[in-house]
Design a protein around this ligand. Structure first.
Ligand code: ZN
Length: 334
C-alpha cells in the first residue's frame, strides 16, 4: 500500500471554539496537525493579554501535544500600547475582522484606518496582521475583490508589517498578494480549493458548504489550485476549519463556516496527487507557513496511506466537508 510521510503539518487558521466542543475539536486536530493558529472570535472574544493566557491554558489543559499559536482580536477601541503585553502573553498575531462579515464579527471594525495606530504598534512588536479581507455591505461574490485596495494600502503604510490575507478565495486576490512584497502572504483553505459557488447554492442552498468568504467561480478555484501546486512560498495552508453544530447550520439563519480538520490532509493529498504534484504537498502544509511565521519546522512527521474510507456523517454533532463521501487517502493514527 502506498504511504506518504511528511513533516507534521501546521494549520495557520483554525477555530477551536469553547466548552466541551473545544475539547473534542482539539483532540481531533491533534491527529493531523502539530501547530495551529487559533482564531480569537470566541464569546467573549480574545482581546487582552489575560484572555490570551486563559484561552491558551484551556486549550493546553485538554492534554494533547498540539501547540497553540495564539491571536487576539483587533477591536475598534484596542489600545496600541497593549501590543507589548499581548506579545509577552504569547500572541503571535492579531486578527482583523471588518464589522459583520462573519461569525461573531458584530463587534468588528467599521473603518479600517481607525486601526492604523494598532497596525503601527504591531509592526514595531513584529506581530503578524491576519486579515479577514472582505468589505461588508458589498454583494458577497465581490466582497474580497473590494477589499484588495485596502490590503495594498496597509502594506504601503506599514512596509515592515507581516500581513496575511486569510482564506484567499479569488484569482484577483492571488494576483494582488503575488504583486506585493515578501511581507505579504496568504492562507488558502481546503474548501476553497475544492468548491465553487454552485456547491453552496444552485437553486438549492447547501448550508454545510456555506462559508465566508463564499466559495467563488470555477476560474477562481482553478487559480487557487494552480497557485498551491506552483510551490509559491507566499501561499500556505490555513484551513479556516470553522465548526458549527448541525442544528446551527441547518436552521433559518445558517452560520458561515466549513468543518474540514479531519478531512483536510486526505483531500489535499488527493488533489496534489491528481495533479502530479504530491511532492509539493509538504511545502504547502508544513514548510511555507512555518517560514513566514519564522518558526522552526515541526520536528516530527505524520503519515497518510492510500486506503479508501468513508467520511462520517458527523463528528461530535458537526457535519464535516464531504460527509458520507469516500476519500482515497486516510490519516495513519499514531
Ligand atoms: Zn476563520
Amino acid at each position: 500500500m502506498q504511504e506518504l510521510t511528511i513533516i507534521r503539518p501546521d494549520d495557520f487558521h483554525t477555530h477551536l471554539r469553547q466548552g466541551d466542543l473545544m475539547k473534542d475539536l482539539v483532540r481531533e486536530t491533534s491527529k493531523s496537525f502539530g501547530r495551529v493558529l487559533v482564531m480569537p472570535n470566541t464569546i467573549p472574544p480574545v482581546v487582552t493579554p489575560d484572555d490570551v493566557r486563559a484561552y491558551k491554558k484551556e486549550l493546553q489543559d485538554v492534554g494533547t501535544d498540539l501547540d497553540f499559536l495564539m491571536t487576539f482580536k483587533i477591536m475598534p477601541n484596542l489600545d496600541p500600547s497593549s501590543m507589548t503585553a499581548l506579545k509577552e502573553a504569547g500572541a503571535v498575531a492579531g486578527k482583523f475582522y471588518p464589522v459583520g462579515v462573519t461569525t461573531h464579527s458584530e463587534d468588528g471594525v467599521a473603518n479600517i484606518e481607525s486601526s492604523y495606530e494598532v497596525f503601527e504598534a504591531m509592526q514595531e512588536q513584529d506581530l503578524i496582521l491576519c486579515l479577514h479581507g472582505e468589505v461588508p455591505g458589498v454583494e458577497d461574490l465581490e466582497r474580497e475583490h473590494a477589499f484588495l485596495p485596502q490590503l495594498k494600502k496597509i502594506h504601503e503604510n506599514f512596509p515592515r508589517l507581516r500581513i496575511i490575507l486569510e482564506h484567499t478565495s479569488t484569482k484577483a486576490a492571488v494576483e494582488m498578494v503575488q504583486s506585493l512584497g515578501d511581507k505579504v502572504a496568504a492562507t488558502i483553505t481546503v474548501h476553497h480549493l475544492l468548491l465553487t459557488t454552485s456547491d453552496v447554492r444552485n437553486g438549492e442552498f447547501h448550508p454545510h458548504n456555506f462559508c465566508a468568504p463564499i466559495c467563488k467561480s470555477e476560474s477562481d478555484r482553478k487559480a487557487l489550485v494552480e497557485t498551491v501546486l506552483s510551490g509559491n512560498p507566499k501561499f500556505f495552508l490555513g484551513t479556516d476549519s470553522a465548526p458549527h453544530l448541525k442544528e446551527n447550520k441547518e436552521g433559518d439563519h445558517p452560520k458561515p463556516g466549513v468543518y474540514t480538520t479531519p478531512v483536510a490532509l486526505p483531500l489535499l493529498a488527493q488533489l496534489f496527487e491528481e495533479n502530479g504534484k504530491l511532492d509539493h504537498l509538504e511545502n504547502f502544509t508544513s514548510v511555507f507557513g512555518a517560514n513566514f511565521y519564522e518558526l522552526e519546522k515541526n520536528s516530527d512527521t505524520m503519515s497518510l496511506k492510500k486506503e479508501e474510507w468513508s467520511v462520517p456523517s458527523d463528528y461530535f454533532g458537526v457535519v464535516p466537508l464531504k460527509a458520507l463521501e469516500k476519500l482515497t487517502w486516510s490519516v495513519i493514527k499514531n
